[in-house]
Design a protein around this ligand. Structure first.
Ligand code: GLY
Ligand code: MN
Ligand code: MN
Length: 279
């Protein structure tokens, strides 16, 4: 609880930790391309951490391409990336003992497919809605609810849900494809306690959608869910193995949230412009 509100000094260190991480993500984006290996992107990112004066990573980097993007804590980084893959990168630097937490997802060959973009835009809208819901005196629940409403509406739109109450954020169908919480505190630990948001709170918003075929198989094997599995089958076929998470690190100020990770691009056009432009 004592770590819930960062001192002005801690806020300065957090900003720098997140800035280093955001710049490192850009380095990773620049060297990503078909034929490269996940560990090459990881090395570019972690090399940048050290070059920038960070002590290490703040948590083991997640660099997952293709189907690996749907594995929440994939840390092997041993797959060779191919054209048509999405790459999900969740990485943050430990700078002076504090860590940021940033995720970006982008196409290895620099162009989103229609299906990838549809999922991506849902997650990005959910992130933006979550950030809009964050205000001084606000709650984690309010952010979570705003995120879930956008995810739920999006899943209905693309056929990955058919329960109308998904549009209110309160359907269990949302949890099929978004099986984690979108908010936590950050600081000394990448996951810290977070109370009511006040100036000095540091936290993330991190919506995601992970279309794992084994999720559908699990539904299909349950007689009570088999009909749902049949209804969602065509959409799962269209979006299978697409995993998208977008995560920003934020500092609450008296005027609202400051997006500390703003230097890491997240709009589709920005990502398409930067991916693959390095050596
Ligand atoms: N990197 C761990 C998390 O996003 O919570
Ligand atoms: Mn996180
Ligand atoms: Mn993360």
């Amino acid at each position: 609880r004592q770590r819930r509100v960062k001192t002005p000094y801690e806020q300065r260190v957090m900003r720098r930790a997140v800035e280093i991480a955001a710049e490192a993500h850009v380095q990773g984006m620049r060297i990503a391309r078909p034929g490269r290996w996940e560990y090459e992107v990881e090395a570019a990112i972690e090399g940048w951490f050290l070059k920038s004066g960070a002590m290490s990573w703040g948590y083991p980097s997640i660099v997952g391409s293709g189907p690996n993007a749907t594995i929440l804590h994939y840390t092997r980084s041993t797959r060779q990336m191919r054209a048509g893959d999405l790459l999900l990168v969740d990485a943050g630097a430990n700078y002076q003992g504090l860590t940021g937490d940033i995720t970006r997802t982008y196409p290895v060959n620099g162009r989103f497919t229609d299906a990838q973009r549809e999922i991506y835009e849902i997650v990005l809208e959910a992130l933006n809605a979550g950030i809009l819901a964050a205000r001084p005196g606000g709650t984690v629940e309010a952010i979570t609810q705003a995120v879930r409403v956008e995810i739920g509406r999006g899943l209905l739109r693309v056929g990955l849900a058919n329960d109308p109450s998904a549009a209110t954020g309160r359907s269990a169908q949302i949890d099929l494809w978004f099986p984690h919480s979108p908010v936590h505190g950050i600081g000394i630990d990448v996951h810290e306690s977070l109370g009511v948001l006040v100036p000095g709170s540091t936290f993330v918003v991190e919506p995601g959608i992970y279309v794992r075929p084994d999720t559908l198989a699990r539904l299909a094997s349950d007689p009570a869910q088999a009909e749902l599995a049949r209804a969602l089958g065509p959409a799962v076929e269209r979006f299978k193995d697409i995993g998208v998470r977008i995560e920003d690190s934020l500092l609450m100020t008296p005027g609202g949230p400051e997006i500390m990770s703003y230097r890491a691009p997240k709009r589709v056009d920005e990502l398409e412009r930067v991916v693959g432009t390095g050596r």
